[in-house]
Design a protein around this ligand. Structure first.
Ligand code: NAD
Length: 263
């Protein structure tokens, strides 16, 4: 059964990691996918890979934090697909780990522009069309970093806390329209963004410790986030609205605790 059969969708940040896995899964489940990334070569390769596997996907290079580019990618999806049923506003940057008291206004502005204003623009630009058709599913990528400290730099955490709030306020802005807005809050996932963490651990031989703070005691894979994005984008989530769901192996379920395996 195709869970997104003939749904017209957009995935941003689709050139790598969670966005790539989601574009692949959406297409596999029958969707038409506009795969957007600021790295045009990477996203073209993803679209080609999906087409090779028999999926329907077109690629577009765009900056998800630029107002003009967001208007352009939404217009492209509508002209190519004749409408839009779901969007996954996933593109984001970590912004590095500059110590708190050394961070600059420019660093904060760039992270907020891409990670928070980008999803806001995506929501605003798809709104007239989705309101007119009386349906639509919007999914954003927040993070466990938006729920607690110490999963990224401070502007990154603030941007992701903003995304959690954004999906709450946007869901209510769509009051009575049938349009749903939700977010996924990934834990530690092995993607382009976390390559330095994984490489560092492998070099030190501490790879086995990655993910030890969650009760599944392992990091996640991009496909495990794509599975939640697929659910939220699909009609299966028809009564799910205004929520941000951790997909983190249980990381945010607990206070700091030295876990023990059961005997
Ligand atoms: P990734 O680096 O593998 O993929 C991100 C993609 O987004 C890249 O292809 C990049 O080119 C693209 N991108 C970055 N800025 C863009 C922009 N302005 N416009 C268009 N495309 C842009 O990283 P990922 O982990 O797959 O990240 C996807 C999302 O997941 C991000 O929002 C990130 O903050 C979030 N996230 C990741 C983790 C993790 O552990 N990897 C955890 C929580 C949240």
């Amino acid at each position: 059964m195709a869970r997104l059969k003939d749904k017209r969708t957009i995935v941003t940040g689709a050139g790598s990691g969670i966005g790539r896995a989601s574009a692949r899964l959406f297409a596999k489940e029958g969707a038409l996918v506009l795969a957007v990334d600021r790295d045009g070569d990477k996203v073209a390769a993803v679209a080609a890979e999906i087409a090779d596997a028999g999926g329907r996907c077109i690629a577009m290079a765009a900056d998800a934090g630029s107002e003009a580019d967001v208007k352009a990618y939404v217009a492209k999806a509508v002209s190519e697909f004749g409408g839009l049923d779901a969007i996954y506003a996933n593109a984001g940057i970590s912004g590095g780990l500059t110590p708190f008291f050394e961070q600059t206004v420019e660093q904060w502005q760039e992270i907020l522009r891409i990670n928070l204003i980008g999803p806001f623009l995506a929501i605003r630009e798809v709104a007239p069309l989705m309101i007119r058709q009386g349906s639509g599913a919007i999914v954003c990528t927040a993070s466990v970093a938006g729920l607690r400290a110490n999963a990224g730099g401070s502007p990154y955490s603030a941007s992701k806390a903003g995304v959690v709030s954004l999906v709450q306020t946007a869901a209510n802005a769509f009051y009575g329209t049938g349009v749903r807005v939700n977010a996924v809050c990934p834990g530690l996932i092995e993607t382009g963004m976390t390559v330095p963490i994984f490489d560092h651990a492998r070099q030190r031989g501490t790879e086995g410790k990655l993910g030890q703070l969650n009760p599944l005691t392992r990091p996640g894979q991009p496909e495990e986030i794509a599975a939640m994005a697929l659910f939220l984008a699909s009609d299966e989530a028809s009564y799910v609205n205004g929520q941000a769901f951790p997909v983190d192996g249980g990381l945010t379920s607990t206070l700091p605790f030295a876990g023990q395996r059961p005997r």
